[in-house]
Write a protein that binds this ligand. Structure first.
Ligand code: 4AD
Ligand code: MG
Length: 454
C-alpha cells in the first residue's frame, strides 16, 4: 500500500500534488459544503487535518465514518491557513477500512480517566496520552541500545526460565508442566523446580567474564504481592555487567545511561513530553532539563541515615543504621534533600544480596541504589564478591548450599576478576521521563496482582 506517514507529511518541505495517508479518525466536523477530518496514524502526536469537500469521491466514500473509524485519504498537501499546523490535506479520494459504531466505541470523549482506560488497554494506544507514552517507550529503548553500543557493550540474552534464584527466595513465579496436585518436581519438565527469572544478573556475570562488557534488556518477573504504583509482576530490566570494574564505575555508568536516555527523549520526543507537561505533570519539561543541568548526588548509606534522622520529618518507618530504606526515605533524599537523583552506596550487608562485595569495614557491602525524585529506587547494583572463600562463606552464613551455586562459584575459581553491574527498572525510568505516576500506565499491558485481562 502506497502510504505516507503523517509525521513525514507534516514535516514536508513543500506542497505535494498527491499523497495518501492512513489512520484513525480522531474527530470529524461537518460544515456546510465540506467536512474536517482529524486523522492520526500513531507516527506522531499531531493529527493531519483533512478537508473533504462535498461532491468529491472522498466525501462519498467516507459516508458517515466518524471517530474511531480507520480510513485512507488521498489528496493534495497544501499549506494550512489554520493555526498550529503547517499543512493540511485537500481530500480527493478516500477508503474506509473499518467503521466504529458511535454508540459503542468507548473513546468518544476527549478525556478519560486512567482507571477507565486500563480496562480498555487494547484501545488506549489510540489516545494522545498513551500513544505518546508508548512512542516514548520505544524511543527510550532505542536510546538504551545506542548508549551501550557506543560504549562497546554486547547485548546478551539471558534465560527467562531459570533454575536459580538471584535475589533471594519467595517472590518468584513457578513454571511447571505437572498436572494440578502433583508435587514431585523430579517428574516435572526440567526434573527440578523452575521459575521465571527475577534478574539476569548471575548469567550476565558469566557472560561478562568472557565478553568483558555486556548488558541484558528484557522481561523480568516478580511475584511480590505489592500493589503499589511502582511494582509490576512483569517489567523490563536493563542489566549491564562489567569485568574489571568497581562500584565507582557502575555509578558513572548508571548516571551516564540515565542522562543519555533523558537527553535522547528530550530531543526526539519533544511533542510527547510537552503533552505530558500540559496534561500529566505540570513542570515536567523544565524538571527534566534541570536534571540534565547538574551532576547527580552521591552519599554513603551512613550519611543518608543521619540526613534522614536530622531531617525533622516524621516517617512512618523510623530509620537507624541497619534498616532498609523505605520509599518515603528514598523520596525524601532525592526529592527534598538533594533535589536530584542520588546514589546511596555502602549499604549494611544484612539488607543486601549475598553476592555483593564485602567492604573492608566488615559491616557494609559495595552496593549502590540510585534514587530519583517522585519514584525512589530506579537502579540497584553492586560490585560483586570475586573472592571464592568470602563468597562461599557468605552463602553458608545465609544457610544456603554452596553446591547449588557451583557454576557461579566457578567464575571465582577460574580467572576471577573484580566486576560490577546494576539493574535499572525500565518502567520506572519511563515514569521519570513522562511524569506518569503509575507503572500500569507505562506498560502497554500491565501485569499486577489480580490483573491479567489482556
Ligand atoms: O534492585 P533490584 O532487585 O536488583 C536486582 O535484581 C539486581 N540483580 C540487578 C543487578 O545488579 N543486575 O532490581 C533492579 C531494579 C530496581 O531498582 C527497580 O528499578 C526495578 O529493577 N524493579 C522493578 N520495577 C518494576 N516492578 C518491580 N516489581 C520491580 N522490582 C525491581
Ligand atoms: Mg533493589
Amino acid at each position: 500500500m502506497q502510504r505516507t506517514l503523517i509525521v513525514d507529511a507534516l514535516a514536508s518541505a513543500q506542497p505535494q500534488a498527491s499523497l495518501t495517508v492512513c489512520g484513525w479518525i480522531r474527530t470529524r466536523r461537518d460544515a456546510k459544503g465540506f467536512c474536517f477530518v482529524e486523522l492520526n496514524d500513531g507516527s506522531c502526536l499531531a493529527n493531519l487535518q483533512c478537508i473533504v469537500d462535498e461532491g468529491t469521491p472522498a466525501h462519498d466514500a467516507l459516508g458517515d465514518a466518524s471517530t474511531g473509524a480507520s480510513v485512507a485519504i488521498s489528496g493534495e498537501l497544501v499549506p494550512s491557513p489554520g493555526k498550529g499546523q503547517a499543512w493540511e490535506l485537500r481530500a480527493a479520494e478516500a477508503r474506509v477500512f473499518g467503521l466504529a459504531d458511535p454508540e459503542s466505541f468507548p473513546l468518544q470523549k476527549k478525556r478519560h480517566s486512567d482507571e477507565f482506560l486500563r480496562t480498555i488497554a487494547h484501545l488506549r494506544a489510540r489516545t494522545n496520552k498513551y500513544g505518546a507514552a508508548f512512542r516514548l517507550r520505544g524511543e527510550a529503548a532505542r536510546a538504551v541500545h545506542d548508549f551501550f553500543h557506543q560504549r562497546r557493550f554486547t547485548w546478551v540474552h539471558t534465560p527467562i526460565l531459570t533454575g536459580s534464584d538471584c535475589e533471594g527466595a519467595g517472590e518468584m513465579f513457578r513454571v511447571t508442566t505437572l498436572p494440578p496436585g502433583a508435587t514431585n518436581t523430579a517428574d516435572d519438565f526440567f526434573g527440578r523446580p523452575a521459575h521465571l527469572t527475577v534478574s539476569g544478573q548471575l548469567e550476565a556475570e558469566a557472560l561478562a567474564l568472557g565478553l568483558g562488557r555486556v548488558y541484558t534488556f528484557g522481561p523480568t518477573f516478580r511475584a511480590e504481592n505489592s500493589n503499589t504504583p511502582r511494582h509490576a509482576a512483569e517489567f523490563w530490566m536493563i542489566e549491564p555487567e562489567m569485568a574489571f570494574a568497581d562500584l565507582e564505575d557502575i555509578m558513572e555508568l548508571g548516571e551516564s545511561l540515565t542522562r543519555h536516555v533523558l537527553d535522547h527523549v528530550l530531543t526526539h520526543c519533544e511533542a510527547d513530553i510537552r503533552l505530558f507537561d500540559a496534561f500529566v505533570d505540570k513542570g515536567l519539561h523544565q524538571r527534566l532539563l534541570d536534571m540534565l543541568a547538574q551532576p547527580f548526588a552521591r552519599v554513603s548509606y551512613a550519611e543518608a541515615v543521619s540526613i534522614l534522622q536530622n531531617s525533622g520529618k516524621k516517617f512512618a518507618y523510623p530509620v537507624a543504621f541497619g534498616t532498609d530504606l523505605q520509599t518515603e526515605h528514598e523520596r525524601h533524599l532525592a526529592e527534598e534533600h538533594f533535589k536530584r537523583p542520588v546514589f546511596v552506596y555502602d549499604y549494611p550487608k544484612e539488607i543486601k544480596a549475598f553476592y555483593m562485595k564485602a567492604n573492608d569495614d566488615g559491616r557494609t557491602v559495595a552496593a549502590t541504589d540510585m534514587l530519583v525524585p517522585r519514584i525512589g529506587e530506579l537502579i540497584g547494583g553492586s560490585q560483586r564478591e570475586d573472592d571464592l572463600q568470602k563468597l562461599t562463606a557468605r552463602i553458608e552464613e545465609l544457610g544456603q548450599k554452596p553446591e547449588d551455586y557451583w557454576w557461579y562459584l566457578d567464575l571465582r575459581r577460574f580467572g576471577s576478576v573484580p566486576h560490577a553491574g546494576f539493574g535499572l527498572g525500565f518502567e520506572r525510568l519511563l515514569m521519570l521521563l513522562t511524569g506518569i505516576a503509575n507503572i500500569r500506565d507505562v506498560l502497554p499491558f500491565p501485569r499486577t496482582p489480580g490483573s491479567l485481562e489482556f
